[in-house]
Ligand binder design. Structure first.
Ligand code: NAD
Length: 651
């Protein structure tokens, strides 16, 4: 069967695209559409054309196997021009996703109708690109300019409801899509074919002043990523100049960006995220079915993990130390779910059902039917041993038992369990129901079934799961500890906290290391340092500034003082008292302070990340440099458009 098929039903033609899995705009699809249109033009009995897709989705993007190859005619912009200049009206019938080139094809049609669950978007900026087949020119001729800008520069798809509200589609299909498209075709069959979007005026047009504001706003949000700003400028050119000029400009910029470092970096991380969880031991390993999830501890992490489990459709039981803690855990989950309700992500019905799927208890015997349990109690080995002892006693022998520990040795935890081969680490990031990253820690004795179950669980949770081995801090926290040490050295050697943070923000991190520490609270790492003090190598350089701050009761943002001073609105300001403390420490240690510029600061930080990354790879903790990049980008704010610390070394 070819990828494009033409059939007719009386005076209506169906062009059906069948190019699984995503009906990508491969060469055969592009050629097939043009051939079908040629045939349709020659058949005077055909009055209306419906462009529809077989399988799970409408056209959801480009063919990745054609990436990096010379373009083969007909190229997509020409196919779309051909489509829109067809003398007969074409209706795009959309189900699943209409993304990128898929939505651009739909914009080349004269009408669009979509199933209620469909999503429509131009996500090119996520790969460092802009739409390259007329999206920036046609979309603002169909929907208000600000909506077009939001869709193109933000890269997020919109729902069918939103698409309908802004005029992106003409109708929502009720009932089977094909029937709805036929019904719709009957309503327009005698109307003159609408003008191509390319020839329509924009829906509205911002004035110069508004454009300046819009583009500045896009730039601020993009934080160093170039494609969103170039996309906004392309939209402006497409509106203010002749559309032919707009289309040429858009294509030029698309081609230019395709070869840019940022696009290469974004494509790298996109593919790395999709391949990082594939490794040989998982081949053919069957995951255990999961219905019920147990969570030990209903604190910050436990409540987040329970929320994520509920949202993924599992029943969840939180085990806590006493009734008060149970109530607190349930209230935290309820607060998280209310957040989803308020943002319209779940309905009131779903909210009620999710809460009804949550149990809390102080009795481990209630985990007798749990398929997977995540422990998130205090970071203390004795407490963890006690918990896993109880889990060994009360859980099914094949229930997967996971620890969310940040630093403790999970092999040691596993050693004291019955069936240690089912003990693994699931290291979530805070807030656990929101953050995408999950480190799946492979203990020495973990078997393939437990690992497969963990990855299947992660997939259901919508997480990016990265396999890693057991070590102090796994991949992410270990790299963070390494570069934090070098940041602290820089403080003593001449830099100030805000200079280091500014350099990181300029590089593209959402915030610098010291601001982040203030946000997390300084006392937690202080407690860890005190715990580890007896084991510290006396020959190793130790920076005590963080300890001094805690001793002065400067515990971070929550009490208004930390590395920074916080005003009543929670805004951070460099604090001369901290600067003085830092300088005094250098004096005390006899260090002559020197200047660090932004470039040097970042180069020290990146070198520290890479050299720890190399060690992690050599030890087999991370399975590939890609795994390290995925962790740093998704868990630690490393700018996506730089691709990750390991990718940067390959450039
Ligand atoms: P937390 O103090 O907020 O919560 C711990 C909860 O465990 C408390 O509610 C406590 O009552 C409960 N608890 C303690 N002992 C228990 C027991 N024997 N049985 C049942 N419940 C018990 O701590 P948290 O921040 O949620 O951290 C939990 C774990 O997650 C730690 O191992 C931590 O290292 C790890 N972690 C934390 C973060 C983070 O950002 N907070 C991130 C990743 C991992």
């Amino acid at each position: 069967m070819s990828t494009v098929n033409l059939t007719t039903e009386n005076d209506i033609a169906f062009i059906t695209i069948n190019n699984p899995p995503i009906n990508a705009t491969s060469h055969s699809v592009r050629q097939g559409i043009v051939d079908a249109l040629d045939e349709i033009e020659g058949d005077s009995s055909i009055k209306v054309v419906i462009l529809i897709c077989a399988g799970k989705t409408f056209i959801a993007g480009a063919d990745v196997s054609e990436f990096g190859q010379p373009p083969k005619d007909p190229i997509l912009p020409d196919v779309i021009k051909r489509l829109e200049s067809t003398t007969k009206p074409v209706i795009a019938a959309i189900h699943g996703h209409a993304l990128g080139g898929g939505l651009e094809i739909a914009l080349g049609c004269h009408y669009r109708i979509a199933e209620s669950g469909a999503k429509l978007g131009l996500p090119e900026v996520n790969l460092g690109l802009i739409p390259g087949a007329g999206g920036t020119v046609r979309l603002p001729r169909l929907v208000p300019v600000r909506d077009a800008i939001a869709m193109i520069t933000g890269g997020k798809p919109v729902s069918a409801d939103k698409a309908n509200a802004i005029g992106l589609i003409d109708a929502i299909a009720h009932g089977p899509l094909r029937d709805a498209a036929l019904d719709f075709a009957r309503t327009i069959i005698n109307r003159p074919r609408p003008l191509e979007l390319r020839r329509c005026p924009p829906v509205d047009a911002p004035d110069d002043h508004q454009w300046d504001e819009i583009i500045a706003g896009v730039g601020k949000k993009a934080r160093g990523q170039i494609a969103p700003v170039i996309a906004a400028q392309a939209i402006r050119i497409g509106i203010e100049q002749d559309t032919a000029v707009g289309l040429v400009h858009e294509r030029e910029k698309f081609v230019e960006l395709r070869d840019s470092d940022q696009s290469k970096a974004l494509r790298h991380i996109f593919f790395a995220e999709r391949s990082v969880a594939k490794f040989p031991e998982l081949d053919g390993a069957a995951p255990n079915p999961i219905n019920e999830v147990g969570v030990i501890g209903g604190g910050i992490m436990g409540a987040g993990i329970a929320t994520a489990s509920l949202l993924a459709g599992f029943k969840a039981t939180i085990i806590e130390r006493n009734e008060d803690a149970c109530t607190h855990g349930r209230a935290t989950v309820e607060k998280h779910l209310s957040g989803s309700l308020k943002r319209g992500l779940i309905t009131q019905d779903r909210f009620d059902n999710l809460l009804a799927s949550l149990s809390t208890s102080t009795d481990y015997a209630d985990l007798g039917t749990a398929d997977l349990v995540v422990e998130a109690v205090f970071e203390d080995m004795a407490v963890k041993h006690d918990v896993f002892g109880k889990l060994s006693k009360h859980c099914k022998p094949d229930a997967v038992l996971a620890s969310n520990t940040s630093y403790l040795d999970i092999n040691e935890i596993a050693a004291k369990c019955t069936n240690p081969q089912r003990v693994i680490g699931l290291h979530f990031f805070s807030p656990a129901h929101i953050m995408k990253l999950l480190e799946v820690v492979r203990t020495d004795r973990a078997n393939a079934a437990s690992l497969a179950t963990a990855f299947a669980f992660a997939r259901k949770l919508g997480k990016i799961a990265v396999p890693c081995g057991v070590c102090d801090g796994f991949i992410g926290n270990r790299i963070m500890s390494a570069y934090r040490k070098h940041c602290e050295y820089m403080l003593e050697d001449g830099a100030l906290p805000h200079q280091i943070d500014d350099a990181m923000v300029e590089f593209g991190f959402p915030m610098g290391l010291f601001a982040m520490q203030d946000m997390a609270g300084l006392e937690i790492s202080w407690a860890t340092r005190k715990r580890l003090a007896p084991f510290r190598d006396p020959a190793e350089r130790y920076v005590a500034l963080g300890d001094y701050l805690c001793e002065m009761d400067r515990l971070g943002k929550k009490n208004g003082l930390g590395w920074y001073r916080y005003d009543e609105n929670g805004k951070a300001h460099p604090d001369p008292d901290v600067d003085a403390l830092v300088i005094a420490e250098s004096d005390k240690k006899g260090i002559t302070r020197r200047n660090f510029d932004t470039k040097e600061i970042m180069s020290i930080i990146l070198d520290a990340m890479r050299s720890e990354g190399d060690k992690i790879l050599a030890e087999g903790i991370a399975m590939s440099p890609d795994a390290i990049d995925v962790v740093m980008v998704n868990g630690y704010g490393f700018p996506r458009h730089e691709g990750g610390p390991m990718f940067m070394t390959q450039k």
